[in-house]
Design a protein around this ligand. Sequence first.
Ligand SMILES: Nc1ncnc2c1ncn2[C@@H]1O[C@H](COP(=O)(O)OP(=O)(O)OP(=O)(O)O)[C@@H](O)[C@H]1O
Ligand SMILES: [Mg+2]
Length: 222
Amino acid sequence: MIKCLNLKKIYPLKSALGYAALKGINIEIRKGEFAAVCGPSGCGKSTLLNILGFLDIPTEGKYFFMGEDASSFSDSKRSFLRRKKAGFVFQSFNLLPKLSVIENAMLPLLYLGVSRKDAHKKAYSLLERVGLSSKSENDIMELSGGERQRVGLARALSNDPEILLADEPTGNLDSENSLQVLTLLTEINKERKMTVIMVTHDMKLAAKAERIIKIKDGEIQE
Ligand SMILES: Nc1ncnc2c1ncn2[C@@H]1O[C@H](COP(=O)(O)OP(=O)(O)OP(=O)(O)O)[C@@H](O)[C@H]1O
Ligand SMILES: [Mg+2]
């Protein structure tokens, strides 16, 4: 599903030559795999995830997504792929506090032009899946951290993504809630044969993935 060839990301800096955050990543990820990405702060994990999720482009090298060279796609093609094929879960949830639980979960579908009625139905079934249908009309502010992340997961799944990208999804959760979110991620990976790539600092959580990709200083270490 994913193939990176000598992927490099050099962030332009006001001074000097720019910062090489990824220095030639070669990696293949099969459809349905659950991979954890680990490594010290600043090693390039989020940079890599952003490229894999079509949020950013590499400076050099190629990113093939389902056989197509995504590194050469236009902005509009990338934003289409992002909305259609990718789901994102963030460390800080990134929910909209002015919208209700279900409205947050529906949002990606409304952006895709799905009717409110169909989006509501789909979002409700996903809230049921993550155990939150009883709070679908609540405000986001009325939820605990673990509950908020489960809304984040329902939202990420609403467009039936080919690939689920999670950047430290348990970074703001206690160990019990972390485990609950991780269990949901592993179940969804199996149920839907969905490719999941999760960045985490926590080796205990990473150990539950099928595969661990260790990054150090912008390179794959292991
Ligand atoms: N927009 C940017 N401009 C310049 N440098 C950047 C930019 N974004 C990230 N970097 C640098 O690139 C490196 C990799 O950043 P990245 O966010 O990918 O790290 P990370 O592994 O996700 O770290 P953390 O675990 O702290 O989230 C860091 O040294 C960072 O300072
Ligand atoms: Mg990061």
